[in-house]
Design a protein around this ligand. Sequence first.
Ligand code: HEC
Length: 278
Amino acid sequence: MKATKIYLVFICVSILGLISCDQKKEQKIESVIIVQPKIILDLLDLQKKNKLGKDTLVTVNNDPVYHKTKKYQAVNAVNIIKREIDLSKIDVKNTVIIFECIDGYKPEMPLELFLQAKPYLAFKDADAPKDSNWERIIKNGNEMNADPFYLVYTSSIATTNQEYKWPYNVIKFQLVSKNINNALEPKNDEKATKGFVLYQKYCITCHAINGIGGEMGPELNYPKNVTEYWKETELVDYIVNPASFRHKVKMPTLGITKQQSQEIVDYLKYMSEHKKKI
Ligand code: HEC
């Protein structure tokens, strides 16, 4: 009799143990879902390990950065990804590829488009002067070069369609689930959603909200949302034309209207109520 009682108690304790263990497991899985869909390929590291693949010479007509026909020493960018990642295990349709650049600029495009775009990762410009890997790029009066990598395409559609990105100074590829960007999408708020669409198009490459987005400019929501320390009318004007407020700003004039800027500010105000500690 006594033995069965002890046995029963033992079973109860075990069941309790199982339940609490399960709960712990669930918590863990939740945090994994947020972090896991991000895969990072460090291109300089792969280059050091000779894992970028075979070089080829590619010709790019109407290169959008140099504004002329160019030739580059390059490697096939899709093959780099295919060698490192088993794409059959990834939900390609719901993934974006983010190109991380030295200065924190992070443009992105749908992974599906990237995979069929025949992109090349250029590491040397065939017309470069002897002392450099690249012909100089002149942007806003500043001289720069494309080191270490410049992403190019040989098809003409890639030079005209804005969805194709041509970043230079690229150091990493990130594959990120679209759900991560969805975390910044307003729920049931039409006004804020309008601003969110503009924010994604014009701002996210350089600014983060709740830690998601580029790092060339400052985070706009956490710990203080910009609408909490800027006067609203001035913020709207600043976003339209930053140079009218600050001498030598790095933030470009993006060609958006005052109304669009107001919509973006409405979105930023919405996000001030949805801060997430990063
Ligand atoms: C090419 C990168 C780039 C893009 C695109 C960009 N910004 Fe900026 N932004 C910056 C940088 C860099 C700064 C820091 C100030 C400076 O040097 O210009 C800045 C500063 C700001 C500030 C001032 C923050 C503060 O408190 O001082 C705001 C607000 C801002 N950006 C909003 C936006 C919005 C909204 C968009 C989209 C419409 C946008 N930015 C697009 C790079 C960018």
